[in-house]
Design a protein around this ligand. Structure first.
Ligand code: ATP
Ligand code: MG
Length: 219
Protein backbone atom coordinates (compact mmCIF):
# COMPACT_ATOMS: atom_id res chain seq x y z
CA UNK A 1 0.00 0.00 0.00
CA UNK A 2 2.87 2.41 0.59
CA UNK A 3 3.25 4.42 -2.59
CA UNK A 4 6.64 4.69 -4.25
CA UNK A 5 6.84 8.38 -3.57
CA UNK A 6 5.42 7.93 -0.07
CA UNK A 7 2.93 10.63 -1.02
CA UNK A 8 -0.02 11.29 1.28
CA UNK A 9 -3.18 10.02 -0.27
CA UNK A 10 -6.90 10.01 0.30
CA UNK A 11 -7.85 6.36 0.26
CA UNK A 12 -11.31 4.79 0.36
CA UNK A 13 -11.65 1.31 1.86
CA UNK A 14 -14.73 -0.40 0.51
CA UNK A 15 -15.48 -3.54 2.48
CA UNK A 16 -18.17 -6.03 1.59
CA UNK A 17 -19.09 -9.62 0.96
CA UNK A 18 -19.34 -8.88 -2.78
CA UNK A 19 -21.32 -12.07 -3.34
CA UNK A 20 -21.24 -11.14 -6.18
CA UNK A 21 -19.93 -7.63 -6.80
CA UNK A 22 -22.48 -5.70 -8.87
CA UNK A 23 -23.02 -2.49 -10.80
CA UNK A 24 -24.42 -0.80 -7.66
CA UNK A 25 -21.10 -1.30 -5.86
CA UNK A 26 -19.09 -0.03 -8.82
CA UNK A 27 -21.19 3.03 -9.59
CA UNK A 28 -21.43 4.10 -5.94
CA UNK A 29 -17.69 3.66 -5.42
CA UNK A 30 -17.03 5.75 -8.51
CA UNK A 31 -19.37 8.52 -7.34
CA UNK A 32 -17.76 8.54 -3.88
CA UNK A 33 -14.29 8.64 -5.44
CA UNK A 34 -15.31 11.72 -7.38
CA UNK A 35 -17.22 13.48 -4.57
CA UNK A 36 -14.42 13.02 -2.03
CA UNK A 37 -11.48 13.41 -4.44
CA UNK A 38 -10.11 10.02 -3.41
CA UNK A 39 -6.90 8.89 -5.06
CA UNK A 40 -7.90 5.27 -4.75
CA UNK A 41 -10.76 3.05 -3.72
CA UNK A 42 -9.68 -0.32 -2.38
CA UNK A 43 -12.28 -3.07 -2.54
CA UNK A 44 -11.82 -5.42 0.42
CA UNK A 45 -13.83 -8.64 0.10
CA UNK A 46 -14.47 -10.31 3.43
CA UNK A 47 -13.28 -13.81 4.20
CA UNK A 48 -16.06 -14.47 6.68
CA UNK A 49 -18.46 -11.60 7.37
CA UNK A 50 -19.20 -11.77 11.12
CA UNK A 51 -22.78 -10.53 10.69
CA UNK A 52 -23.90 -12.74 7.86
CA UNK A 53 -24.33 -16.44 7.54
CA UNK A 54 -21.62 -18.26 5.61
CA UNK A 55 -21.77 -16.73 2.13
CA UNK A 56 -21.74 -20.16 0.44
CA UNK A 57 -19.54 -18.95 -2.39
CA UNK A 58 -15.88 -19.26 -1.52
CA UNK A 59 -13.97 -16.08 -0.75
CA UNK A 60 -11.57 -16.83 -3.61
CA UNK A 61 -14.46 -16.68 -6.08
CA UNK A 62 -15.85 -13.46 -4.57
CA UNK A 63 -12.40 -11.97 -4.72
CA UNK A 64 -11.82 -13.08 -8.32
CA UNK A 65 -15.12 -11.53 -9.39
CA UNK A 66 -14.28 -8.24 -7.67
CA UNK A 67 -10.91 -8.25 -9.41
CA UNK A 68 -12.58 -8.78 -12.80
CA UNK A 69 -15.19 -6.10 -12.12
CA UNK A 70 -12.74 -3.32 -11.25
CA UNK A 71 -10.28 -4.12 -14.06
CA UNK A 72 -9.65 -1.09 -16.21
CA UNK A 73 -10.36 1.54 -13.54
CA UNK A 74 -6.94 2.87 -12.55
CA UNK A 75 -8.33 4.25 -9.27
CA UNK A 76 -9.88 0.96 -8.15
CA UNK A 77 -7.82 -1.71 -6.40
CA UNK A 78 -8.46 -4.98 -4.69
CA UNK A 79 -7.04 -6.13 -1.38
CA UNK A 80 -7.21 -9.75 -0.30
CA UNK A 81 -6.04 -8.90 3.22
CA UNK A 82 -9.16 -10.39 4.83
CA UNK A 83 -8.64 -13.63 2.90
CA UNK A 84 -5.02 -13.77 4.02
CA UNK A 85 -6.09 -13.21 7.63
CA UNK A 86 -8.85 -15.85 7.47
CA UNK A 87 -11.32 -16.26 10.33
CA UNK A 88 -13.94 -13.60 11.04
CA UNK A 89 -13.31 -10.46 8.99
CA UNK A 90 -13.39 -7.58 11.44
CA UNK A 91 -13.29 -4.14 9.87
CA UNK A 92 -11.30 -2.77 12.82
CA UNK A 93 -8.44 -5.17 11.93
CA UNK A 94 -8.64 -4.12 8.28
CA UNK A 95 -8.56 -0.44 9.18
CA UNK A 96 -5.50 -1.03 11.42
CA UNK A 97 -3.79 -2.88 8.59
CA UNK A 98 -4.25 -0.02 6.13
CA UNK A 99 -3.28 2.53 8.76
CA UNK A 100 0.06 0.70 9.17
CA UNK A 101 0.59 0.22 5.44
CA UNK A 102 -0.28 3.71 4.16
CA UNK A 103 2.15 6.57 3.86
CA UNK A 104 2.15 8.78 6.97
CA UNK A 105 -0.46 11.49 6.73
CA UNK A 106 -2.65 9.52 4.36
CA UNK A 107 -6.36 9.92 4.98
CA UNK A 108 -8.40 6.74 5.23
CA UNK A 109 -12.16 6.58 4.70
CA UNK A 110 -14.22 3.50 5.26
CA UNK A 111 -16.98 3.45 2.62
CA UNK A 112 -20.20 1.81 3.70
CA UNK A 113 -23.84 1.74 2.67
CA UNK A 114 -26.42 3.19 5.02
CA UNK A 115 -27.99 -0.24 5.60
CA UNK A 116 -24.70 -1.65 6.85
CA UNK A 117 -23.90 1.50 8.84
CA UNK A 118 -27.11 1.14 10.81
CA UNK A 119 -25.54 -1.98 12.37
CA UNK A 120 -22.16 -0.43 13.07
CA UNK A 121 -22.72 -0.50 16.84
CA UNK A 122 -22.58 -4.30 16.70
CA UNK A 123 -19.07 -4.28 15.24
CA UNK A 124 -16.01 -5.33 17.14
CA UNK A 125 -14.27 -2.49 19.00
CA UNK A 126 -17.25 -0.15 18.66
CA UNK A 127 -16.97 2.79 19.00
CA UNK A 128 -13.15 3.07 19.20
CA UNK A 129 -12.64 2.30 15.52
CA UNK A 130 -14.11 5.70 14.65
CA UNK A 131 -10.86 7.18 15.95
CA UNK A 132 -8.77 5.44 13.32
CA UNK A 133 -10.62 6.20 10.12
CA UNK A 134 -13.15 8.53 8.56
CA UNK A 135 -16.46 7.03 7.45
CA UNK A 136 -18.38 7.77 4.27
CA UNK A 137 -21.95 6.53 4.56
CA UNK A 138 -23.63 6.13 1.17
CA UNK A 139 -27.35 6.46 0.79
CA UNK A 140 -28.91 3.20 -0.25
CA UNK A 141 -32.26 2.74 -1.88
CA UNK A 142 -34.72 1.34 0.64
CA UNK A 143 -32.56 2.06 3.71
CA UNK A 144 -33.32 4.80 6.19
CA UNK A 145 -29.97 5.29 7.99
CA UNK A 146 -29.31 8.97 7.30
CA UNK A 147 -28.53 12.04 9.37
CA UNK A 148 -29.05 12.74 12.23
CA UNK A 149 -26.39 10.42 13.55
CA UNK A 150 -28.13 7.75 15.58
CA UNK A 151 -25.36 5.88 17.33
CA UNK A 152 -26.34 3.83 20.36
CA UNK A 153 -24.65 4.19 23.74
CA UNK A 154 -22.46 7.15 24.51
CA UNK A 155 -20.99 7.18 20.98
CA UNK A 156 -23.18 9.93 19.56
CA UNK A 157 -21.92 12.31 22.27
CA UNK A 158 -18.32 12.08 21.03
CA UNK A 159 -19.38 13.56 17.69
CA UNK A 160 -20.23 17.15 16.88
CA UNK A 161 -22.40 17.99 13.92
CA UNK A 162 -20.48 20.29 11.55
CA UNK A 163 -23.12 20.66 8.87
CA UNK A 164 -26.12 18.82 7.51
CA UNK A 165 -24.13 15.77 6.42
CA UNK A 166 -20.93 15.84 8.45
CA UNK A 167 -20.05 14.82 12.01
CA UNK A 168 -16.68 15.24 13.66
CA UNK A 169 -15.30 12.93 16.32
CA UNK A 170 -13.56 14.61 19.23
CA UNK A 171 -10.27 13.24 17.88
CA UNK A 172 -10.84 14.88 14.47
CA UNK A 173 -12.01 12.00 12.28
CA UNK A 174 -15.29 12.55 10.47
CA UNK A 175 -18.43 10.73 9.40
CA UNK A 176 -19.82 11.99 6.10
CA UNK A 177 -23.27 11.11 4.81
CA UNK A 178 -23.09 11.10 1.03
CA UNK A 179 -25.86 10.89 -1.52
CA UNK A 180 -25.24 8.50 -4.39
CA UNK A 181 -27.51 7.42 -7.23
CA UNK A 182 -30.28 5.21 -5.90
CA UNK A 183 -29.63 1.90 -7.64
CA UNK A 184 -31.90 -0.77 -6.31
CA UNK A 185 -29.46 -3.57 -6.96
CA UNK A 186 -28.35 -6.12 -4.39
CA UNK A 187 -26.32 -9.30 -4.38
CA UNK A 188 -29.24 -11.06 -2.68
CA UNK A 189 -31.47 -10.28 -5.64
CA UNK A 190 -28.78 -11.32 -8.14
CA UNK A 191 -28.24 -14.65 -6.36
CA UNK A 192 -31.99 -15.29 -6.38
CA UNK A 193 -32.25 -14.56 -10.09
CA UNK A 194 -29.25 -16.75 -10.94
CA UNK A 195 -30.60 -19.58 -8.79
CA UNK A 196 -33.69 -19.87 -10.95
CA UNK A 197 -31.87 -19.39 -14.21
CA UNK A 198 -33.02 -15.82 -14.84
CA UNK A 199 -30.82 -13.25 -16.53
CA UNK A 200 -28.40 -11.13 -14.47
CA UNK A 201 -27.14 -9.15 -17.47
CA UNK A 202 -26.49 -5.46 -16.78
CA UNK A 203 -26.66 -6.04 -13.01
CA UNK A 204 -23.07 -7.28 -13.04
CA UNK A 205 -20.25 -6.64 -15.51
CA UNK A 206 -20.02 -8.99 -18.51
CA UNK A 207 -16.78 -10.36 -17.04
CA UNK A 208 -18.51 -11.26 -13.75
CA UNK A 209 -21.50 -12.70 -15.58
CA UNK A 210 -19.14 -14.92 -17.58
CA UNK A 211 -17.27 -16.00 -14.43
CA UNK A 212 -20.52 -16.96 -12.68
CA UNK A 213 -21.61 -18.98 -15.71
CA UNK A 214 -18.27 -20.72 -16.20
CA UNK A 215 -17.87 -21.66 -12.53
CA UNK A 216 -21.50 -22.61 -12.13
CA UNK A 217 -22.01 -20.30 -9.13
CA UNK A 218 -25.41 -19.55 -7.52
CA UNK A 219 -27.26 -22.33 -9.30
P1 ATP B 1 -26.25 -8.71 0.12
O1 ATP B 1 -27.61 -8.54 -0.50
O2 ATP B 1 -25.70 -10.09 0.00
O3 ATP B 1 -26.13 -8.12 1.50
P2 ATP B 1 -25.20 -6.29 -1.05
O4 ATP B 1 -25.74 -5.97 -2.39
O5 ATP B 1 -25.77 -5.56 0.13
O6 ATP B 1 -25.27 -7.85 -0.82
P3 ATP B 1 -22.62 -6.17 0.15
O7 ATP B 1 -21.45 -6.96 -0.29
O8 ATP B 1 -23.34 -6.58 1.37
O9 ATP B 1 -23.65 -6.13 -1.11
O10 ATP B 1 -22.30 -4.63 0.21
C1 ATP B 1 -21.05 -4.07 0.49
C2 ATP B 1 -21.29 -2.62 0.82
O11 ATP B 1 -21.84 -1.94 -0.31
C3 ATP B 1 -22.29 -2.41 1.97
O12 ATP B 1 -21.80 -1.35 2.78
C4 ATP B 1 -23.57 -2.03 1.25
O13 ATP B 1 -24.39 -1.21 2.05
C5 ATP B 1 -23.05 -1.28 0.04
N1 ATP B 1 -23.95 -1.40 -1.11
C6 ATP B 1 -24.26 -2.51 -1.78
N2 ATP B 1 -25.09 -2.26 -2.79
C7 ATP B 1 -25.34 -0.93 -2.77
C8 ATP B 1 -26.16 -0.07 -3.57
N3 ATP B 1 -26.89 -0.54 -4.58
N4 ATP B 1 -26.16 1.25 -3.26
C9 ATP B 1 -25.42 1.72 -2.20
N5 ATP B 1 -24.62 0.95 -1.41
C10 ATP B 1 -24.59 -0.37 -1.69
MG1 MG C 1 -25.41 -6.22 2.09
Amino acid sequence: MKTETGARQRIGLFGGTFNPVHIGHLRCAEEIREQFALHRVVFVPSFMPPHKKEPGVEPQHRCAMARLAIAGNPCFELSDIELQREGNSYSCDTISHFRRESAPGSELFFIIGSDAFSEVHTWRRYPEFFEHCGFIVMSRAGSCAAPPLNLPGSAARIFTRLDEDTYEHQCGTRIFFARVSALEISSTDIRARAACGRTISYLVTPSVERYIREKGLYR
